[in-house]
Design a protein around this ligand. Sequence first.
Ligand code: NAI
Length: 253
Amino acid sequence: MIHNVGIIGSGTMGSGIAQVAATSGCKVKLYDLEQSVLEKAKGSLEKVLNRLIEKGKIDANEKSRIQNNISYITNLEELSDSDLVIEAIVENPDIKKKVFSKLENLVSASCILATNTSSLSIASIAASLEKPERFIGIHFFNPAPLMELVEVIPAIQTSQEIINKSVEIIRGWGKTVAVAKDTPGFIVNRVARPFYGEAMRIYEEGIADVGIIDASVKQLGGFKMGPFELMDFIGHDVNYTVTETVFTAFCAG
Ligand code: NAI
C-alpha cells in the first residue's frame, strides 16, 4: 500500500521501526543528525539479523533483503519522496515541532506524518503544522520488532482517511493496532505509571530490594520483566519524561 517510509531518529525506537518496515518490504530511509549515530544503528541491525539467522528464523538472503531496504541519511531533504514519515527523536515537544515544520514543506501533500511519542499531546504537535489533518501518533513499543501492539492515536485534527490508512499500514506490518484517544500516556503508558511508581514506593519504604521486587513480579505475576528492569530497558530519560507528562496533565496544579 505504501512504499517509501522515512524514519527520523535512529535510536532504540527508530532503528526498531525501520527494521519492521523494511522486513515488510518498504524502502526505508533512516535519518539522524550524525553519521556516527547511523553507523551504530546499522551495526545493531547487523547483530539483530545475525541472531535471527542463528535462531533459524531468517536466512542470509532475507538478511540482505532487509538490509538493502534501509538507507541511512543525514540530509532531511532526502525524505521528500516518503509516503509515511515516523518521527522517533527525543521526547521534547519543541524539538519535535521544529523537525515537523521543516519536514512538512519537503514532503508531498499525501504523505502521512506520524510521531512515536510515548506521551506528548498529538493535537499540540499537530497544531504547529500547516496541514494538521495528516498528522497522527503511531506508538510502537520497545523492542519494536518483537512487540505486537501498536497504539494509533489520532489528534482531534486528524482526518478519518489518515486514521484508516495508518491502521491499515501498521496491520500490514503484522502488528495489532489499538486506536487510542489523545490523552496523556494513551492506554499503555497510563496504565504502566503505577507499575513503576508503586515499585519505587515499595523500594523506598524498605519493603523489598530491587532484585526481589523484579523477581516477584516476574515469578508471581507472570511478567516478562520486572519494573526496575523495564525502566532500565526503556531508558530513564524517556520513562521520567512520560511520568512527568502524565503527572502534569492529571495531577499538577
Ligand atoms: P533514543 O535516545 O534511543 O533515540 C533518539 C534518536 O533521535 C537519537 O539517535 C538522536 O541522535 C536522534 N535525534 C535527536 N534529536 C534529533 C533531531 N532533532 N533530528 C534527528 N534526530 C534526532 O530515543 P528512543 O528511546 O528511541 O525514543 C524516541 C522516541 O520514541 C521518544 O519520543 C520516546 O518517547 C518514544 N518511545 C520510546 C520508547 C522506549 O522504550 N525507549 C518506547 C516507545 C516510544
